[in-house]
Design a protein. Structure first.
Length: 72
């Protein structure tokens, strides 16, 4: 085997951008990681803000009492 690479000579790690599917450099010098660009990062944030992305959960029936309502 060879000698371990120093961080300065290491080949940058490429990952798939979650938004566009293109190559993204996964390194500290990419402020948008794991995204490839600010545009892709903002697209993802916008999807969460508009509730296009949701975390699955159990929805109580409409006539169930609200568990967060203050007790009287």
């Amino acid at each position: 085997m060879g000698e371990p690479r120093s961080p300065a000579t290491a080949k940058p790690r490429l990952v798939r951008c979650p938004a566009c599917g293109g190559d993204s450099v996964y390194a500290p010098d990419n402020p948008f990681r794991p995204f490839c660009s600010q545009r892709c990062k903002n697209l993802d944030l916008g999807a969460w803000a508009s509730e296009s992305f949701r975390v699955a959960g159990d929805n109580p029936p409409d006539d169930a009492p609200d568990p967060d309502a203050p007790l009287q």
